[in-house]
Design a protein around this ligand. Structure first.
Ligand SMILES: [Zn+2]
Length: 176
């Protein structure tokens, strides 16, 4: 079996909980059971999982573009309750990021060098923002990337569709 890795991008209270500060809407809430199911599959097969977490300082420059969200060490920046069991999974990596890409100012490159996955699977929000800009960087590094179409979502349906097309047709990711 090829070595697989799962990325769970921004499945945090502020984005996918109904009381989150930057709630990504119904579509984002709907994908949670699918993500939990995939996480369980990867845990069962003992594959590494990377939890990518937005984690901002109070006056982060990003808040010029979006309302304040995912402030470090607040409830909003925590992973949703359905996934907290991952905290004790031996093969979980937690990455805190301040920008859209999971590579910017993080140790994701080092994690990939250690784990050497042959296939990387993507879940999370938002398809057209943090998912897209992370997939772009993975594809630049020539990783084989699979995006679960039922495992990604956005508050903007049109942008979601556009992002899926870009990831498939331009970046070469497989939408599955
Ligand atoms: Zn953010």
């Amino acid at each position: 079996m090829p070595k697989k890795m799962l990325l769970v991008i921004d499945v945090l209270n502020d984005f996918v909980h109904s009381e989150g500060k930057l709630n990504c809407g119904e579509d984002a809430e709907k994908i949670i059971p699918f993500i939990v199911e995939k996480v369980n599959d990867f845990v069962q097969e003992k594959h590494p999982i990377v939890l990518v977490k937005d984690a901002h300082i109070i006056d982060d420059m990003e808040f010029a573009r979006f309302p304040a969200h995912c402030i470090k060490e607040t409830w909003g920046a925590e992973v949703i309750e359905d996934l907290t069991f991952l905290e004790v999974y031996p093969k979980v990596y937690c990455i805190e990021k301040q920008r859209y890409s999971a590579f910017y100012n993080t140790n994701l490159d080092e994690i990939l060098k250690v784990e050497k996955p042959k296939e990387i699977y993507i879940t999370g929000v938002c398809s057209n923002i943090c998912v897209l800009y992370t997939v772009e960087e993975l594809c630049n590094r020539d990783y084989k990337v699979f995006v679960y179409k039922d495992g990604v979502a956005s508050f903007d349906t049109q942008a979601h569709e556009f992002a899926l097309q870009q990831m498939e047709n331009v970046l070469g990711a497989e939408i599955i």
